[in-house]
Design a protein around this ligand. Structure first.
Ligand code: ADP
Ligand code: MG
Length: 486
């Protein structure tokens, strides 16, 4: 049986704000933004503001400092990005905005979103400065001038100490994922960086939760901030939760059963331990699923590869612990599976909030053993309504093909350093090679490699044609990224 996803609930933002006006429209048009920016938002498919954007953009664009709290996936990046971009002077080649992020990965995501949002404007240079890359190229990029810098606190401090980063022209300082930066012990670094910024500036603090440290941070250097909090609440119709009782030895096999029954294209499976991640990965691969795991032992490059493959739909299941999955932004996630229901209700709500993003519906499945029932009682109380129990015996394997991801990832050895842009790769595939646009998925260009997702059916041919042809006038090496179900 191939179960369809439930329809998306319309216009039911779970907003709670002291002075929110429920009648106000969510259209971007009412904001004081340049026409080119509005046109670009249309192009990006941002038809209306998300609740956190609707609550924070008006005061932010009016120049107020903000402390804004909303769950992961609620669109916080655009909330601060549109504000800092609106104030930029493209003709002034100086760092006018600095965004601090907890990790390189999040910094990359934020920089990408800022670049997308800046497409409507003149040439805006966005630079990421994070640890794990060598200093020298970063220093020379800084010499060439950047309008916006996105980076991790440690590396920004390094540049400040060496004098390679000058913040004298800064207008906007953003602390993104402030709670996570505090978790990681960046309090002092953040204060030091803030001290290196001009006093006359706007400071925007964004966070998914509001631990005690945030108040001290904001007292340290925000000016009469407006506080905006969106209660963590999901629209019930968007996320369909189902609970299954299992014995401990049924648990991992039950994950495979769920996948075969519901056939979600992309699933994030949460494990409570790293060992469980490894065990589940083994079970899923033995069953022929294309599954990858995200855990702390991966090198940065391996981690990037895993994320790229999952986000571009060439991996069906991503197996992860909470820590490893923190802050990931994955759109189009059809299902979340709690392989072990977590004892922490807040973590549960956060996990299932990964599905049913912005304007899509999603499934959340939880596997519960007899000794974990108390956890479900707590979740039920927090939800304020009864939960749905289902039996493993209802799950049927759909006849036909095993579940396989729609795309396959090709790895091209060559990237930004070779001046390769997404358009070049798309051009090569749709031009001479003769594929249609629909057969080409996400294209991620990094410094020295490029990942391109292509429809599963054309993978080998695309690989052959790309290897035979040229990119930017040069021959390139192309590989198929590992693929168990292929
Ligand atoms: P957060 O920082 O709150 O976790 P993100 O800023 O990463 O969330 O946004 C989550 C996703 O929603 C991103 O893929 C982003 O492109 C998308 N998004 C943001 N704002 C809108 C909007 N107004 N309409 C449609 N999609 C949006
Ligand atoms: Mg974010």
């Amino acid at each position: 049986m191939n179960t369809a996803l439930p329809a998306t609930a319309k216009d039911a933002p779970a907003t709670e704000r002291a002075d929110a006006d429920p009648a106000s429209s969510l259209s971007f048009d009412q904001l004081p933004l340049a026409p080119a920016t509005l046109a670009n938002l249309q192009q990006l498919g941002y038809r209306q503001m998300t609740p956190i954007q609707a609550a924070s953009l008006p005061p932010a664009l009016a120049g107020h400092d903000l402390i804004a709290q909303a769950k992961t996936g609620s669109g916080k990046t655009a909330a601060f990005a549109l504000c800092l971009l609106a104030k930029l002077n493209p003709r002034r080649f100086a760092v006018q905005a600095l965004v601090l992020c907890p990790t390189r990965e999040l910094a990359d995501q934020v920089a990408q979103e800022i670049r997308r949002l800046a497409r409507g404007a003149d040439n805006i240079k966005v630079l990421t400065l994070c640890g794990g890359s060598t200093m020298r190229p970063q220093m020379s990029s800084l010499e060439h001038g950047a309008h916006v810098v996105v980076g991790t606190p440690g590396r920004i401090m390094d540049h400040l100490q060496r004098g390679s980063l000058d913040l004298a022209a800064l207008d906007t300082l953003v602390l993104d994922e402030a709670d996570r930066m505090l978790d990681m012990g960046f309090f002092d670094d953040i204060v030091t960086v803030a001290k290196a910024c001009p006093r006359e500036r706007q400071t925007l603090l964004f966070s998914a939760t509001y631990p005690e440290g945030i108040a001290s941070l904001s007292r340290a250097f925000l000016r009469q901030p407006q506080q905006i909090t969106l209660l963590e609440q999901h629209e019930p119709a968007k996320i369909r939760q189902r609970f299954y009782e299992v014995t401990s030895d049924q648990r991992l096999a039950a994950v495979a059963l769920l996948l075969k029954h519901y056939r979600p294209v992309s699933t994030l499976a949460f494990c409570n331990t790293r060992q469980q991640c490894r065990d589940l990965l083994e079970v899923l691969r033995a069953e022929g699923f294309v599954a990858l795991a995200l855990h702390g032992e991966l090198e940065q490059r391996e981690r990037d590869q895993v994320l790229v493959q999952f986000a571009n739909r060439s991996c069906s299941v991503l197996v992860a612990t909470d820590v490893a999955a923190r802050g990931l932004d994955i759109d189009q996630l059809e299902a979340v599976i709690n392989v072990d229901v977590t004892p922490d209700t807040e973590v549960h709500v956060h996990r299932i909030g990964r599905t049913g993003r912005v304007d899509q519906a999603g499934w959340a499945f939880s596997l519960v053993s007899g000794n974990q029932m108390a956890r479900v009682d707590n979740i039920e109380k927090a939800l304020g309504h009864e939960i749905e129990w289902h039996c493993l015996s209802e799950l049927q394997t759909a006849p036909g093909k095993p579940l396989a991801p729609p795309m396959v990832t090709l790895l091209i050895l060559g990237g930004r350093k070779e001046k390769i842009r997404p358009g070049d790769v798309l051009g090569a595939l749709t031009g001479e090679a003769g594929f249609s646009k629909e057969q080409v998925g996400k294209i991620n260009v990094t410094d020295s490699t490029t990942y391109v997702a292509v429809a599963r059916g054309i993978a080998r041919e695309a690989l052959r044609k790309l290897s035979a042809g040229t990119l930017k006038g040069k021959k390139v090496k192309v590989h198929l990224l590992q693929d168990k179900a292929g």
